[in-house]
Design a protein around this ligand. Structure first.
Ligand code: HSE
Length: 379
């Protein structure tokens, strides 16, 4: 039965798609179904050589060949989803659409997939006919995995999430631009830096001018990220809230199967989302209001035991610097959680800092696990 399933892949060459391909290859996922690869520009060319894969690339806009797939996994982006998904569904296709883009996430007939937290919710959605299985916003998924133990224990009253989001969340070109900006800033003071006697305020003045200069590479970010930060992520919703901040509350409640944020029974998640000069790990400083004033050791045990990816980092300077950092977590599936401390605001106030790779658990991993779940459900 499993071998008969045909899975189509779209957008597998981009950044999230490439991470997904790597993860699927290393978990031998391709052994479990037949694969068909699509391309928007290169149909007929040789497809990636995977176990059970078709030899040639198909046209990503050809509804007939897409429609032959039992499941389609797309990392092609929201424009592709908006253009193709309605036409495919309109033509009567009933397969599984597994998507990294946000386009369909909040639709009534879509489930947001983060199976360590909502496996049962996904199962019952699929059982009642839901076929659009969408990966969550990276920041939201990483936050929920970090807080999983507290959510499971039912002790979270509200969360304030202040984020430190990596360049990768904005796209591959943004990562390149961040590095170009770093290089530009360095070049502007290269000679002074080589002279240990040169005054630091002089160096700072030149770098500041470089970061404000029109010649700084800024086509993607629109401003400097290197040596700077950007206190706005995603679109302006016009009410003082960024779309990234809105997603935190909207998606978290949907993933957890709770009522919409702000309504009784929902989890309140508020915060400010900030872009910083990290490459691919999103970090978040959380203030969590617990409904019970649990001992810190119990809190640590709950968090550490909730899933196999969370790694609790002791709240010391050395451990924090070494292990609770984007440079350390990058490229790994672990969700680092640290700076756990009771706060002086009163009983039940907890601080937490968490770091996770936004391309792995933030994007690719929930999608490949959804595919695995479908295979299990079909057995
Ligand atoms: N919106 C996120 C960001 C990326 O800009 O960092 C993926 O959800």
């Amino acid at each position: 039965m499993r071998k008969a399933m045909k899975v189509g892949f779209v957008g597998w060459r981009g950044m999230v798609g490439s991470v997904l391909m790597e993860r699927m290859a290393s978990e031998r996922d391709f052994d479990l179904f037949r694969s068909r690869f699509f391309s928007a520009s290169n149909q007929g060319a040789t497809a990636p050589a995977v176990q059970g894969g078709e030899a040639r690339l198909h046209d990503a806009n050809d509804l007939a060949t897409l429609g032959e797939c039992d499941a389609i996994v797309t990392c092609q982006g929201g424009d592709y989803t908006a253009a193709v998904h309605p036409r495919l569904r309109g033509a009567g296709w009933r397969g599984y659409w597994i998507d990294a883009a946000s386009t369909l996430r909040m639709n009534e007939d879509a489930v947001i997939v983060l199976d360590p937290l909502n496996r049962d919710l996904i199962r019952s959605a699929v059982a009642r006919g839901v076929r659009d299985c969408i990966g969550g916003n990276c920041t939201v998924s990483l936050m929920l995995l970090a807080m999983h133990g507290l959510l499971k224990a039912g002790v979270v009253e509200w969360v304030s999430a202040m984020t430190y989001q990596a360049a990768s969340g904005a796209g591959a070109q943004h990562m390149r631009e961040l590095l170009q900006q770093m290089g530009y800033a360095y070049e502007s003071v290269r000679d002074q830096l080589a002279d240990p006697g040169s005054p630091i305020l002089q160096i700072d003045r030149v770098v500041s001018e470089a970061l404000r200069s029109a010649a700084l590479p800024h086509e993607n970010f629109g401003t400097a990220l290197a040596g700077n930060l950007i206190a706005w992520v995603d679109r302006d919703l016009g009410d003082g809230v960024s779309r990234e901040e809105w997603k935190a509350g909207a998606e978290a409640n949907k993933i957890l199967g709770r009522p919409a944020m702000g309504t009784p029974g929902s989890l309140i998640v508020e915060g400010i989302c900030v872009r910083i000069g990290a490459m691919r790990c999103h970090s978040q400083a959380l203030t969590i209001k617990l409904s019970q004033d649990l001992p810190l050791s119990q809190i640590e045990d709950l968090i550490a035991g909730a899933n196999e990816w969370v790694e609790v980092v002791p709240n010391t300077r050395n451990d924090t610097i070494a292990r609770l950092a984007p440079a350390h977590v990058s490229g790994r599936l672990r969700i680092a959680v640290g700076r756990l401390r009771k706060l002086a605001m009163g009983a039940g106030y907890l601080s937490m800092f968490t770091v996770g790779d936004q391309l792995l658990w933030g994007a690719a991993e929930p999608l490949r696990r959804m595919l695995r779940m479908l295979l299990d459900l079909q057995d």
